[in-house]
Design a protein around this ligand. Structure first.
Ligand SMILES: [Zn+2]
Ligand SMILES: [Zn+2]
Length: 272
């Protein structure tokens, strides 16, 4: 037990194309989701929210893009906790990365899982599910513990019905609100990059998320965290307004509190 009556907590340590990391905690486990910022920065941010990095129980990876895995080799070496990822994600990552001595990074405790098959980390039931994104085997996650459900889904080109199903009945929904379509179209990215971001395996726009909120979202979450905002092609106020406007059309959604995850600092910890 880490703290009395802690129940389930969620903290976004970093979110965006310069690195992603989130912390999902129950009374018995502390899971780091993604390791996209350096080990040193991860430790610093954990300490800033009052957490001891040595109390991390496991690290879960969504996919092998650098903004989700950059700090993993060092974190694995320092913490020596189980690292969970799919076999394909591990393969692609370990082939592409070399440490300072030119060797492939070794993970002391690798735990391979399959999308669609749940597994247990102490009292937390983790369900990884496939998302449409241009990586080897990308996943989103739901976490269930103590009667609470947390969903985390970023880096997806669109919201397939299978993903919508996993997002039902959650208490915290962490979801990508990557770009404003007008800002992206009119922005400075080369056309090929714009195409990639907008594609079915790219990133979720404010508009696509708004559509999800208006049409497919069940309205049950206490907290919605907008995540992985583009610094070039989005603005926090624009993302917030798009989400609130879409949610506001449904009168039953008064309990949904919309928060913004940030790139450079952890957000306030959500306690359930
Ligand atoms: Zn990605
Ligand atoms: Zn990403």
């Amino acid at each position: 037990m880490y703290a009395p009556n802690m129940a389930v907590c969620v903290s976004m340590l970093a979110s965006g194309s310069r690195g992603n990391a989130a912390l999902v905690e129950s009374s018995n486990a502390r899971i780091l989701v993604d390791a996209g910022i350096s080990c040193r920065e991860t430790f610093k941010r954990l300490k800033s929210i009052g957490r001891d990095p040595r109390e991390i129980s496991a690290i879960l990876i969504t996919h092998e893009h650098a903004d989700h895995i950059y700090g993993l080799a060092t974190l694995s070496k320092k913490l020596r906790v189980p690292i969970f990822m799919t076999g394909a994600t591990h393969q692609v990552w370990s082939r592409s990365v070399r440490d300072a001595t030119g060797e492939r990074p070794q993970i002391a405790k690798l735990e391979v899982f399959y999308a669609g098959r749940s597994f247990q980390i102490a009292d937390i039931t983790v369900m990884p599910f496939t998302i449409p994104h241009d990586a080897a085997d990308p996943v989103g996650y739901t976490f269930r513990a103590e009667g609470t459900k947390v969903a985390l889904v970023t880096d997806l080109g669109y919201m397939p019905a299978s993903v919508c199903d996993h997002l039902r009945k959650c208490d915290v929904l962490i979801v990508e609100s990557n770009h404003d379509l007008e800002m992206l179209r009119g922005g400075s990215y080369p056309w090929s990059v714009k195409q990639r971001v907008m594609s079915r395996v790219g990133h979720l726009s404010n508009e696509s998320l708004a559509q999800f909120f208006a049409q497919d979202y069940d309205g049950g979450a206490s907290y919605i965290v907008l995540a992985h905002l583009s610094e070039q092609n989005n603005h926090p106020e624009i993302a917030l307004k798009a989400a609130n406007d879409a949610l506001g059309r449904q009168m039953t959604l008064l309990q949904n509190r919309v928060m913004l995850a940030a790139q450079d600092a952890p957000t306030e910890t959500i306690r359930l």
